[in-house]
Design a binder for this molecule. Structure first.
Ligand code: G4P
Length: 530
């Protein structure tokens, strides 16, 4: 087997997670800037009124005509080949957002310095934490008035339960923002206004011991900085690469993506602190990305909304070896040798067909309806399967009413197919059958997708009645629990999923706790692995 070590070890595949508006798109854009994929002038952002309606990256693509895609973006920087995975937010937030995190080896968490940890960050963080992947924090918008730095770190530690290790430290914020202090080099990187990133910054590096620093900081700021450095050195967690690798310590950086400050420093540190594609666990054991031949798993399936083109695209994360479009692969779940059809990498202003790709890369292949989320493809002769992708807890629920009972058959078929693609989850009354169906989704837009697709593809009209449930739990120890005898709160509902697994729906978090209290030995889970 040929040696792909060099290609694979230079790859870094990560996702950027944030609450909408924290600056994910802006930071991504600045990364591209350093990768040379866009030029400085092109990075000025116009007010686009419709930009929240579509995937952010699609918008960048339209606005700037650069190499981005709605799923993955690849560029080179300083000898590295970087794959950034999009985690759609806003209205596009869905189970796919979570699934995408299954394909990443690490995550960058962007936090707005005046807001701290927000709802969507918390949700996405949980999924990253479940996989124990390294999480790096970029605290953004220091050019605006920010919360106290110690409070921000406290917030992360308390809200997310992960210790932090500041790699640099901000000096002031808003109008008084002067730069960041690098704890390792003991140098201050001074902030210079780049007019929203439209002109080159003229920041310089000044050692904290140099008198020249007094020209940048007033006496009060300098004193505060020195005090904070002392406090930090005594109190904060020390940098420990092993803990970072295990997702048990988050290195923290400060900056301002919009003004392009602190981004390059962040990128440089981040690339050194993250690893090349990580080994993944399959049913035969751990698969080494370099030593093993080609293998990949499907983490997302995108159905075409246009009924004239019912094709789907299956997105795969390559886990080991090299993908060669001219060679056959083996689809493990389908037990079939095949050639991946029209493998694409969504680079350049358009998708383009790829001939080869390596572990760490993402490819999208034409799917005639044979792939399911979590499926494995590998080199013919091998038959291992990667660990499945968990089912994530939906957050919105609705009862589905069929308008014309004569269409029952198409309805059941349609709902089942759409559920199999992973766009929605369906539940039934615990003791009932398909006569009453409850649909659960991670993002509300999926309700519209369901209605639209049932009407257009299956010719079935439905009405959705929204239900007040916000929390769902799988019963982790279903074998040892008598579901019928379970006593919960009055708002609790017992349902089952398509595989017959029992679940509980709750209106609020308090009811979850109450139900656990009332039923000794009951174990509830937020994800389902089967
Ligand atoms: P998102 O992808 O996480 O949703 O956030 P996005 O990058 O779109 O940024 C949200 C808003 O915050 C944008 O302003 C953006 O310009 C602004 N922003 C991002 N980073 C910084 C920063 O470091 N400092 C400041 N002051 N603002 C920042 P907008 O008004 O919503 O859009 P636009 O008119 O700038 O396009």
């Amino acid at each position: 087997m040929a040696d792909y070590t060099k290609e694979i070890t230079k790859r870094r595949t990560f996702a950027i997670i944030s609450h909408p508006d924290a600056g994910k798109t802006t930071l991504t854009e600045k990364f591209l800037l350093y990768g040379g994929a866009i030029n400085l002038a092109g990075s000025v952002k116009g007010k686009a009124t419709s930009r929240h309606a579509v995937s952010d990256w699609m918008e960048i693509e339209k606005e700037r005509g650069i190499s981005v895609t709605s799923s993955v973006l690849q560029f080179n920087y300083d000898g590295y080949c970087i794959n950034i995975l999009d985690t759609p937010g806003h209205q596009d937030f869905s189970e796919d957002t979570y699934r995408t995190l299954m394909a990443a080896d690490s995550a960058v968490m962007v936090i707005d310095a005046s807001k701290g940890v927000e709802a969507q960050t918390r949700k996405l963080f949980k999924v990253c934490a479940m996989r124990h992947i390294p999480i790096f924090t970029f605290i953004n918008k220091l050019d605006r008035d920010a919360n106290d730095t110690f409070d921000l770190l406290d917030d992360i530690e308390k809200e997310l339960g992960i210790p932090t290790c500041p790699i640099n430290w901000p000096i002031g914020s808003g109008k008084k923002f002067r730069g960041v202090y690098d704890r390792d080099t003991r140098k201050v990187l001074t902030f210079s206004d780049t007019m929203k990133g439209t002109k080159e910054g003229i920041g310089e590096e000044i050692s904290v011991d140099e008198p020249r620093l007094d020209e940048v900081l007033d006496a009060e700021q300098k004193e505060q900085l020195l005090e904070e450095i002392e406090l930090l050195d005594g109190a904060s967690a020390e940098f420990d690469q092993d803990l970072v690798n295990e997702g048990k310590l988050s290195p923290v950086f400060f900056g301002s993506a919009l003004t392009n400050f602190g981004v390059e420093t962040f990128l440089e540190h981040f690339l050194k602190m993250t690893s090349s594609p990580l080994p993944r666990t399959a049913d035969i054991g751990v698969i080494d990305p370099v030593k093993e031949e080609f293998s990949a798993f499907v983490f997302k399936i995108q159905a075409n909304m246009n009924k004239n083109h019912r094709d789907r695209i299956a997105f795969m994360r390559i886990c080991s070896g090299k993908f060669d479009a001219s060679r056959e692969v083996f689809h493990v779940q389908g037990n079939k040798k095949m050639r991946l059809s029209q493998p694409q990498q969504m680079m350049a202003s358009d998708r383009h067909v790829v001939e080869e790709a390596y572990a760490g890369d993402i490819i999208g292949v034409f799917d005639p309806g044979i792939f399911a989320i979590g499926d494995t493809v590998c080199t013919p002769g091998k038959k291992y399967a990667y660990e499945g992708i968990p089912t994530f807890a939906p957050e919105h629920f609705a009862r589905v009413r069929l308008m014309d009972s004569m269409k029952r058959k198409q309805f059941v078929k349609g709902v089942n197919q759409i559920a199999q693609e992973g766009a929605i989850q369906i539940f039934q009354e615990f003791m009932g059958g398909m006569e009453e169906i409850i649909v659960g989704v991670v993002g509300v837009l999926q309700f519209d997708v369901l209605k639209y697709r049932l009407e257009n593809e299956y010719n079935v009209e439905i009405r959705l009645e929204s239900l007040p449930y916000e929390h769902i739990r799988w019963i982790a120890n279903k074998e040892s629990v008598d579901i019928e005898k379970l006593t919960g709160t009055s708002d609790m509902k017992k349902v089952k999923d398509m595989r017959g697994n029992p679940l509980l729906l709750f209106v609020n978090a308090w009811s979850v706790g109450m139900t656990l209290d009332r039923n000794e030995g009951l174990e509830l889970a937020e994800f389902s692995r089967n």
